[in-house]
Design a protein. Structure first.
Length: 219
């Protein structure tokens, strides 16, 4: 009875969506988005280089393969634990990517090491956009941020709880759900080989049309 009544009112029964929007400071969010769009305009006008940084993990956990099964029966597989491979990436909207693979946890020293290496290759003032992970706000990292400013490398922090504003999240999604062929992968070693190929060929064999992917920063 209640279900029919709610349907008449236009309600539908569906899963709730997880969202961090309520955790955001709207004033800070709006200010940061405005600043980010100004940086994007400078990048599009060829005044600066703009890269989006983030890290993501890749492993066999969570992947459940498809296969032909007798009707009414299910083939069961035993999940296994793997360490996985972590990737820290710096990506531009022109499909330029600098990536670093590692095992274990991300630390401030590790991010600094990767950004120092990245800094050696910059050609002009460059802005790196990062989220608010604790490793990006440690004392040693903040000290490096001030040093990098003197050498034309600038760090811009996204507003809190805003992964949707970081286009590199699209890259991670494409790798995990489109480019990695899990049906051909039997273990972490084989996954790493495919992953290395994708990272090496990004920008040529593997590309992203950010307008087509409805990137939040591109109108």
């Amino acid at each position: 009875m209640l279900r029919r009544f709610l349907k008449r009112l236009g309600y539908t029964w569906k899963r709730f969506r997880k969202s961090l929007k309520k955790e955001q400071d709207q004033e800070e969010y709006d200010r940061k988005v405005g600043e980010l769009k100004k940086l994007l305009a400078l990048y599009q006008s060829n005044y600066i280089d703009l890269f989006f940084g983030d890290q993501s993990g890749f492993n066999m956990v969570g992947y459940v393969p498809y296969g032909w099964q007798p009707k009414g029966e299910y083939i069961e597989i035993t999940p296994t634990k793997t360490k996985g491979t972590q990737v820290f990436g710096l990506m531009s909207l022109d499909n330029e990517l600098k990536s670093y693979t590692y095992e274990g946890s991300m630390t401030s020293k590790r991010v600094i090491e990767y950004l120092e290496d990245f800094h050696n290759g910059i050609r002009r003032p460059t802005v790196v956009v990062l989220d608010n992970a604790p490793v990006h706000h440690s004392h040693i990292f903040k000290a490096k941020v001030e040093e990098w400013k003197q050498e034309d490398l600038y760090i811009f922090y996204l507003p809190k709880y805003s992964p949707h504003l970081n286009p590199i999240e699209i890259l991670w999604r494409m790798i995990k759900y489109q480019w990695l062929h899990y049906e051909e992968i039997e273990n972490q070693t084989e996954l790493n080989l495919q992953l290395d190929e994708i990272l090496a060929d990004f920008g040529e064999k593997y590309t992203i049309d950010f307008k087509e992917q409805k990137c939040r920063l591109i109108d």
